[in-house]
Design a protein around this ligand. Structure first.
Ligand code: GLC
Ligand code: CA
Length: 557
């Protein structure tokens, strides 16, 4: 039987079917195209794919506006194509989770069309209606750059409907037990196809209660526990991953007593990783972990640098938010909502050292890492595209037409491919990086492989060493007697650091990538030198091994 805690050792990869590979040449990625690229993902070493919504949708929120939960958008293929894709992924040892958009539907969903048509309609109570737009005034507006209110007047229904996101995304009414059951059935539909779980979208907002901010309500947790119960009863080994863009203390309840979500993204940590490297200081990163409560043993954080949305600054206030904008989005074109709509490589000035450093942090801090498609080759963005489309452009496979994404006329692509002189597909693509042994792609592949060899990364306890040199972040991961020491220079200049490794006296740090043995640890401060943005992954081995003899040496003839 497979380990139900597999997700703790997993390396996740987020992709949009639309953006990955076009199998039929119409300019839109599809499941047939994705199947052709599974060998690549297997080669890279990722073990769980997260697919963005691929359901029929008017695409006014890139598929998060679902118009039918139990079907595939025809542009992406058929249910058979999906099943074949799932089989092929499973054959290669990869699991697959998809988005479950619980909070809202598209206004084009037949439920909403029926609901608005008459107060007597059976679906009326699937949504949240009101005669006034003054209810739930304490709830904030999430998409502040496009929405003015959480209520929109519907002339057909002759009533206001509630929505936490775009006004074309009416919120579902979880006070309605029939709707609750309908969403459970949708979940079962996909799990019955063999799916390995869900990334559950926007979970804090399921219920509304007067006088509250309408986030993280006890009623919401109670419903989420029902979902989990269904998984535990009928779908062992499948997982639920929460999108709750909240402070750690507010995310903690989403794990329940190990009876709600298996995983949750660590939203507040993400901008602190960028802050840490920009300010050359470990405090923002370490402080975030002091704010992070312990989670049950059967749960796991999901760590990420970028995703399909803007780099959200909702969990940064005041000076930190200002600094992030100043440091990473000086051009207003780069800003979206409360955040920055750029990809990893351009955020880090395409500096290979910084890209590796930040990836190394998400690979070594507690949690399972998730890679956003294209970031493994350092893809760029296009800030001139509207909404968050600038980070959703076609995957760059080669220097061929459309970056090898599609054979179609470039004007027919769902979004233009990146073609500038630094990040364009002519220079930045999978084919060229596979041929170059020292490319970012090969580096990512190697780090993924190394990480998978050390269960302590996914499962180990964490201790920060807090050296006096605040430019060097040092932490220990420990699991079953295995000790890893991770040291990261957050600065753009060479650094020396004294580490107090007294408790590990007698052990020998063995560098995990090259296998070199470092001086044995004593009571004295352990001195390390690090190149700009340099880092080490060490295994602290128990005893100096016996000297190995090689070749002719030592042999008795
Ligand atoms: C989530 C998604 C985002 C979407 C929003 C509304 O935050 O990540 O892309 O716009 O939900 O559905
Ligand atoms: Ca296609």
């Amino acid at each position: 039987m497979t380990d139900p805690l597999w997700f703790k050792d997993a390396v996740f990869y987020e992709l949009h079917v639309k953006a990955f590979h076009d199998g039929n040449g119409d300019g839109i990625g599809d499941f047939r195209g994705l199947i052709e690229k599974l060998d690549y993902l297997e080669w890279l070493g990722v073990t769980c794919l997260w697919l963005l919504p691929f359901f029929p949708s008017p695409l006014r929120d890139d598929g998060y506006d679902v118009a039918n939960y139990v079907s595939i958008a025809p542009d992406y293929g058929s249910l058979e194509d999906f099943r074949e894709f799932l089989d092929e992924a499973h054959k290669r040892g990869m699991r697959v989770i998809v988005d479950l958009v619980l909070n809202h539907t598209s206004d084009q969903h037949p439920w909403f069309q029926e609901a608005r048509s008459s107060p007597q309609s059976a679906k009326r109570d699937y949504y949240v209606w009101s005669d006034t737009d003054k209810r739930y005034q304490k709830a904030r507006i999430i998409f502040i750059d496009t929405e003015k209110s959480n209520w929109t007047w519907d002339p057909v229904a002759q009533a206001y409907y509630w929505h936490r996101f775009f006004s074309h995304q009416p919120d579902l009414n979880y006070d309605n037990p029939v709707l609750q059951q309908a969403m459970l059935d949708i979940m079962s539909f996909w799990l019955d196809q063999g799916l390995d779980g869900f990334r559950c979208d926007a979970v804090p907002y399921l219920f509304e209660r007067e006088g509250t901010i309408c986030e993280n309500l006890p009623e919401t947790h109670a419903y989420l526990k029902k979902i989990r119960k269904r998984i535990d009863e009928a779908y062992q080994g499948r997982i639920l991953l929460a999108e709750a863009n909240q402070w750690p203390a507010d995310v903690r309840p989403y794990f329940g007593e190990g009876d709600e979500f298996h995983m949750a993204f660590h939203f507040p940590l993400m901008p602190r990783l960028f802050l840490g490297v920009r300010s050359e200081d470990w405090h923002p990163i370490v402080d975030m972990f002091t704010h992070t409560p312990p989670i049950p043993d059967n749960c796991q954080w999901c760590l990420f640098l970028r995703n399909h949305d803007e780099l959200t600054l909702e969990m940064c206030a005041g000076e930190e938010r200002d600094y992030m904008y100043y440091a990473y989005a000086r051009d207003p074109l780069m800003r979206r909502n409360i955040g920055i709509a750029r990809r990893l490589a351009p955020l880090l000035d395409n500096d290979r050292r910084k890209i590796e450093l930040l990836n190394s942090l998400v690979f070594t801090l507690p949690g399972s890492p998730i890679i956003y498609y294209g970031d493994e080759i350092g893809m760029g963005d296009n800030v001139h595209l509207g909404d968050r489309n600038g980070v959703r452009t076609p995957m760059q496979w080669s220097a061929d037409r459309n970056g090898g994404f599609s054979k179609t006329d470039p004007s027919k692509l769902y979004l233009p491919a990146i073609s500038d002189s630094v990040y364009g597909f002519n220079v930045t693509n999978v084919e060229s990086q596979r041929q170059a042994p020292h490319s970012l792609l090969h580096w990512m592949r190697q780090m993924i492989a190394r990480r998978k060899q050390q269960p302590a990364f996914g499962r180990g306890a964490l201790t920060f060493l807090r050296p006096k040199n605040d430019r060097v972040l040092a932490h220990i991961r420990e699991h079953g007697g295995n000790l890893l020491l991770l040291v990261h220079n957050l600065a753009g200049s060479a650094q020396s650091v004294d580490l107090d490794l007294g408790p590990f006296e007698g052990r020998v740090p063995v560098e995990l990538l090259g296998g070199s043995r470092f001086p044995v640890i004593s009571k004295r401060p352990y001195v390390l030198s690090l190149a700009p943005y340099g880092f080490y992954w060490f295994n602290l081995e128990q005893k100096p091994g016996d000297d190995l003899s090689y070749g002719m040496e030592g042999s008795v003839l």
